[in-house]
Write a protein that binds this ligand. Structure first.
Ligand SMILES: Nc1ncnc2c1ncn2[C@@H]1O[C@H](COP(=O)(O)OP(=O)(O)OP(=O)(O)O)[C@@H](O)[C@H]1O
Length: 813
């Protein structure tokens, strides 16, 4: 067993070495296909030769190009083989067992018995063996047998036949060794005749087992085994003649090294040959198995490697998935936590909002309370006598705030001529931060405070400036110095607090704008030189600031006004040396100041009648002195000794004033609903008033403010509702006409203060109510148009009327 193992390994190593040398070239060949092609070609060659040799009839069972199965079946009876051999060498097979009646051809459908097959084939094999040709096994003709060995045998026979046909000169050589044609029992295939070459290659590549028949023919112990022999032939077949010695040397070296070769003995008899052959067969099998195993191992290793790679990838992916899952869970937990936190915070914010809302409402309550208390303090203080000092303004500041809160305020300067009233109120001629007057400071504070309240209130501020000169009211805010409407009337207790409605009321948005107006007013003010003051004020001036504030949340309207009054100074005519106009002015000044004293006295004494109407000054200041305003008086006295009399008089006046107890100041507040109701009441009152004694007239109320044309005022809306919506309101029920007959009447241009109530003389016509724009919007006027004109227009189909009222025509209406 040990020697067999060693032998196997040696042969295998030789094979491997040879294969390594030539493996590259061989591996490139398509072994399987070549094997099949070559086997088929050789089989066809054999079939054709046999058919040709025994004749088509004799070889009818053998097709010209048989498949392996057909080939085997065709030759199975041994008849064709024996006949062919006998044709080449007559009586080589002395006895051929054939079917009855035909020694050559087998009868159709009557197969020979197995014994007959065996007889023929055995005889054939014995004969060819005697000739020295390669043989095959009887079993090769059976199913699963090796047809290649049969092919080899027949081809050798063919070669032998050809040699004989050529005369059989010399000795027939098969396999390269000179051999007697018949007597030789074996032959060597050293030469490369076509047959042996083909045979060797086919044996090497196609069927190593075919070497067993060659093995039987090996005669020298020095030669390699048949398989190696085939390999050597295969190698040498591709070499050039000059390369052959080198290859041979290499093989020899292999032989020397390989113990298997050196130890291998040629068997003496057939059985030992078969035994050796089997050994070699085992070796070949082992080699093949080893190769297969080796290849399988390699393949398995590659697969294993690939599998490992895939496992590692899958493992990594699974780890990644785990990580991702963990991240997802973390993120989910984070989200839930955030959500919870968010809800908590929302809850907290909600609570804060709630408390803030409470605080805000509380703040408003406290603010209202604060305002109330502050006003109570102001009311309690009443009139305070103050020394003129630079600190004066600090006490005026709270009053400024009151104006924005909807109260009326009056600040006025009293004192003899030349005592510094104008200086206190208006400041020095060249104004700086130190010598600014009360007026400037008050307005500056007013605008600052209004700006601070911008988020809660919007304020409209307008200014009037008038003077009372020689008991006549004049407008100081005129550019050309002309007071066309002079003298103006004073109206007390108007709804909007404008006591001199005809005087210019100019909107302002900044302190600078007010200063500009004040400068205009100062330029227009009547001044004159007296012995006591080279620029003595010869009139009482009054700067009135009208403030209308709207609460942005409630819509409530607050109206306040501030009168800043610079009185003309009382003067002793003998001292001021006034004559002529100055004297007349002085008399009016003194008279009005005396009237002011009387009013103060009456107020101080709580008289039922207060003589406000005794002078324009008291009439103008009626609302401020009468108890519905907060009033502050600056009292000026002269430090000069010769003015002691006036000083005492002034102080007495001040003392009297200080005793006056004003009532609580009234807040001019109007809610949105209240305002609308008032407007309705006002409109209705006006409508009722116009019904009296105007049976031939018809009236209409016209909204003059362009926006109001689109959105009717509550009053007109009310009237339209009452009268069917499409009717203009007519005060006389008998003459009420639908709108279609009268048409809309549009007033295209109405200037503030430009239209006054007027009546066209002799006309019984259409009453047109013109409502002025601006703060005095509640003031309404009626214009009557001649009825005949209206009727004529209606006849002409006039439906929309446009009435233009020019300011210049005011006095002519
Ligand atoms: N506190 C003061 N500091 C500096 N100058 C002053 C002061 N008060 C008044 N004067 C100056 O005294 C003069 C008279 O002052 P002012 O014209 O203000 O008096 P008045 O009381 O208004 O007089 P009248 O009643 O005649 O108009 C002016 O030249 C004014 O500049």
């Amino acid at each position: 067993m040990a020697s067999e193992g060693f032998f196997s390994i040696s042969v295998a190593s030789v094979l491997e070495d040879v294969l390594k040398e030539h493996g590259k070239r061989l591996s490139d060949m398509d072994l399987a296909s070549r094997k099949a092609e070559e086997a088929a070609a050789r089989r066809y060659e054999v079939a054709r030769w046999l058919r040709k040799t025994v004749g088509v009839v004799g070889a009818k069972d053998l097709p010209e190009e048989p498949s392996e199965e057909e080939f085997r079946l065709g030759l199975r009876s041994g008849l064709i083989l024996c006949n062919a051999l006998n044709k080449i060498q007559p009586a080589a097979v002395p006895k051929i067992v054939a079917s009855s009646g035909d020694s050559v051809v087998m009868p159709d459908g009557a197969p020979l018995s197995a014994y007959q097959y065996f007889e023929n084939v055995r005889n054939f094999l014995v004969a060819v063996q005697d000739i020295g040709l390669p043989t095959f096994e009887v079993s090769d003709l059976e199913q699963g047998g090796k047809s290649s060995r049969i092919v080899n045998c027949v081809l050798a026979l063919k070669s032998y036949s050809e040699w004989r046909q050529m005369g059989g000169g010399g000795s027939w050589k098969f396999g390269g060794n000179a051999k007697p044609s018949i007597s030789g029992k074996a032959f060597m295939r050293k030469n490369f005749d076509p047959f042996s070459n083909s045979l060797a290659r086919s044996q090497f590549m196609d069927d190593r087992e075919s070497s067993e028949q060659n093995l039987n023919q090996v005669e020298s112990s020095e030669m390699p085994s048949p398989s190696l022999n085939v390999l050597v032939h295969a190698i040498l077949s591709d070499k050039k003649p000059e390369e052959v010695p080198a290859v041979k040397t290499a093989i020899k070296g292999l032989q020397d090294d390989g113990k298997s070769f050196s130890k291998m003995k040629i068997p003496a008899d057939q059985s030992s040959a078969i035994s050796e052959f089997k050994k070699e067969k085992e070796v070949v099998k082992c080699t093949r198995l080893k190769e297969n195993f080796h290849n399988n191992m390699k393949h398995e290793e590659a697969s294993k490697e690939q599998l490992l790679k895939q496992y590692s990838i899958i493992d990594r992916q699974q780890r990644d998935i785990q990580l991702l899952r963990r991240d997802l869970q973390t993120a989910r937990a984070g989200m839930e936590f955030m959500q919870m936190k968010y809800l908590e915070e929302i809850h907290v914010v909600g609570k804060h909002m709630h408390s803030l809302a409470n605080a805000a409402s509380g703040y408003h309550k406290v603010l209202a309370e604060n305002r109330k208390l502050y006003n109570q303090v102001q009311d309690l203080k009443a009139l305070i006598l103050l020394d003129v000092s630079e600190e004066v303004f600090s006490d005026t500041q709270p009053l400024i705030r009151s104006v924005l809160d909807g109260y009326n305020v009056c600040i006025f300067a009293y004192g003899q001529t030349g005592s510094g009233k104008t200086y206190t109120m208006s400041g020095a001629k060249v104004v700086n931060t130190q010598n600014m007057g009360v007026n400037y400071r008050a307005l500056s504070d007013l605008f600052n405070l209004a700006e601070k309240r911008r988020g809660t209130f919007t304020y409209n501020i307008a200014v009037q400036m008038i003077e009372i000169y020689n008991e006549q009211v004049r407008d100081l805010l005129v550019c050309d110095g002309l007071n066309r409407r002079y003298p103006f009337k004073i109206r007390n207790g108007t709804q909007n607090g404008v006591n001199v409605p005809d005087a210019n009321l100019v909107s302002v948005t900044s302190t600078a704008g007010v200063i500009e107006l004040m400068n205009i007013g100062m330029r227009n003010r009547a001044v004159g030189a007296t012995a006591l003051n080279d620029r003595s004020s010869r009139s009482h001036s009054c700067l009135t600031v009208h403030v209308q504030g709207r609460d942005l949340t409630s819509g409530t309207i607050l109206r306040g006004c501030m009168n800043l009054v610079d009185l003309a100074g009382s003067e002793r005519v003998d001292k001021s040396e006034a004559t002529g106009e100055r004297l007349k002015e002085a008399q009016h000044i003194n008279k009005s100041l005396s009237a002011l004293g009387d009013v103060i006295y009456a107020l101080a004494q709580n008289h039922s009648h207060v003589p406000y109407r005794n002078s324009k000054l008291t009439q103008l200041l009626q609302d401020s002195l009468g108890g519905q305003a907060k009033t502050l008086m600056f009292v000026h006295i002269s430090p000069e000794m010769d003015a002691i009399g006036e000083t005492i008089s002034t102080l007495k006046f001040a003392e009297r004033v200080s005793t006056v107890e004003l009532g609580a100041a009234r807040l001019n507040k109007e809610s949105l609903e209240g305002r609308e109701l008032k407007e309705q009441v006002g409109s209705l009152k006006a409508a009722l008033a116009k019904t009296e004694g105007q049976s031939e007239h018809f009236q209409t109320i016209i909204p003059t403010d362009p926006p109001a044309l689109k959105a009717r005022t509550p009053a007109s809306a009310y009237l339209n509702k009452r009268h069917g919506g499409d009717f203009l309101s007519f005060q006389n029920e008998n003459h009420r006409q639908p709108m279609e007959e009268v048409g809309n009447i549009e007033v295209s241009r109405v200037e503030v203060g430009a239209v006054r109530k007027s009546r066209i003389e002799g006309g019984c016509g259409l009453n047109v109510e013109v409502v002025e724009l601006g703060p005095r919007s509640s003031v309404s006027y009626t214009i009557e148009l001649n009825t005949s004109v209206v009727r004529s227009a209606l006849r002409r189909g006039c439906r929309v009327w446009k009435i233009t009222v020019e300011a210049a025509d005011r006095d002519n209406i």
